[in-house]
Design a protein around this ligand. Structure first.
Ligand SMILES: Nc1ncnc2c1ncn2[C@@H]1O[C@H](COP(=O)(O)OP(=O)(O)OP(=O)(O)O)[C@@H](O)[C@H]1O
Length: 241
């Protein structure tokens, strides 16, 4: 996937400014940045569910003018922050709704229940009573129903136990090995770094670094955060001094 000049605005405020990045097929690409940097807005802009300018191409298909629903049908899937499940619907019904929206057959619902054994076990339970890890598995399974070529995961690991995160990291790596372009947006590489091969540092809605290799990416991120801290200290010094 190639994203060029993506800008996401909410009213007069821009959350993402002129961001360009690539997410190659078969690779896990990270977008790291502090809270409020614009990571969610970036993913939603790519997915098409917030108003955005710029271009999004997957292979030779230009998605820029398509609705989120059309982009989903053409192979872009998202696991949004907060998961966006229907809490009062059962696990199976959550998957059925997603299948209907994407016009997928019933067999896909069954396949999605089998992706994580716990989902089959809990298929009649309301999504809202599942543990955080189970909900995340449901959200991932739902995203994968249409066999996407691009998978966007927003803070996949936040609030989850290390064992669950390890399972999700393994799934993400397997998907990349099968050729999916995976994009992980995270405030830190601590939990998900094991899956990451390359990535971008996003600060205040702009890309400030791009690196190959998770160690190099983390160093660039720490460096960018150090600079921000220095700026804040200087402003603090001016105010108090
Ligand atoms: N629906 C919205 N309406 C108005 N402003 C928004 C909206 N969503 C996000 N913002 C603002 O856009 C900026 C970027 O937010 P965004 O959620 O994309 O960042 P983030 O890096 O994902 O942060 P976090 O990790 O806290 O979710 C923030 O200043 C936020 O307040």
């Amino acid at each position: 996937m190639v994203v060029e000049g993506l800008t996401v605005t909410y009213g007069a405020a821009s959350a993402v400014r002129d961001v360009s990045f690539t997410a190659p097929a078969g690779v896990v690409t990270a977008v790291v940045g502090p809270n409020g940097a614009g990571k969610s807005s970036l993913l939603l802009g790519v997915y098409g569910s917030v108003h955005a300018r710029g271009s999004v191409r997957v292979g030779d298909r230009d998605m820029s003018r398509l609705s989120a629903m059309s982009r989903a049908r053409q192979g872009i899937a998202i696991v949004p922050q907060g998961r966006q499940l229907f809490p009062k619907m059962s696990v199976r019904e959550n998957l059925q709704v997603a299948a209907e929206v994407q016009r997928l057959g019933r067999d896909r619902v069954e396949a999605a229940l089998d992706r994580f054994p716990i989902l089959r076990e809990r298929s009649g339970h309301m999504a809202g009573v599942l543990s955080g890890g189970e909900q995340q598995m449901l959200a991932v399974s739902r995203a994968l129903m249409g066999d996407p070529s691009v998978l966007l995961l927003d803070e996949m690991a936040t609030g989850l136990a290390p064992k669950i995160v390890a399972d999700l990291v393994r799934v993400v790596r397997e998907l990349a090995d099968q050729g999916v372009a995976v994009v992980l947006a995270d405030p830190s590489l601590n939990a998900t770094g094991a899956a990451v091969e390359r990535g971008y540092v996003l600060v205040r809605g702009e890309v400030v670094a791009q690196e190959d290799g998770v160690e190099r990416l983390d160093r660039a991120y720490q460096g960018a955060m150090g600079l921000i801290q220095k700026e804040l200290d200087e402003v603090d010094g001016e105010v108090t001094g």
